[in-house]
Design a protein. Structure first.
Length: 151
């Protein structure tokens, strides 16, 4: 019986010691001013979202990666990497500007989905994932070649 009480006490003590450390790391987003965003991110916003009003910009510093999130008043969100290159653009109340997409992707969309508009585009190591306003999800490789439809 004493062993069970000791084990319960150790487990309780262990969880109370380590719980604050893990919960503190769960959300590392810290607000930043627009001027604190990487130069490339600020330039991108000025070029492609000049009319949008900024609501919030945050930085998330992880061990191996730093990202910046920008949210506009219309709900549009852009995630940038530490160099200021966009990783994800999710538009609400507007569409992703064609100028931010590769020509091959824009040409494919004009031919295959002429009435659809891009609501979200994500760039990753495998290429691009695109969500259209008609609920279609498309995948492209890093060169802009169509890979297929996602579920």
């Amino acid at each position: 019986m004493k062993k069970i009480i000791v084990i319960i006490a150790l487990v309780t003590l262990n969880s109370s010691i380590f719980a604050p450390a893990t919960s503190a790391k769960a959300d590392n987003d810290k607000p930043v001013r627009f001027e604190q965003l990487p130069d490339a991110a600020r330039k991108f916003i000025h070029e492609h979202f000049a009319d949008a009003k900024l609501t919030l910009a945050t930085v998330d510093k992880e061990v191996f990666e730093t990202t910046y999130d920008v949210i506009f008043t219309d709900g549009t969100q852009i995630e940038f990497n530490s160099r200021g290159e966009w990783k994800d653009i999710e538009c609400r109340g507007r569409f992703v500007p064609e100028k931010v997409m590769m020509t091959e992707i824009v040409d494919f969309l004009r031919q295959q989905h002429p009435d659809a508009r891009v609501k979200e585009i994500e760039r990753n190591k495998n290429g691009f994932e695109i969500n259209l306003d008609n609920r279609m999800e498309l995948a492209f490789d890093t060169r802009g070649n169509f890979r297929g439809y996602d579920d």
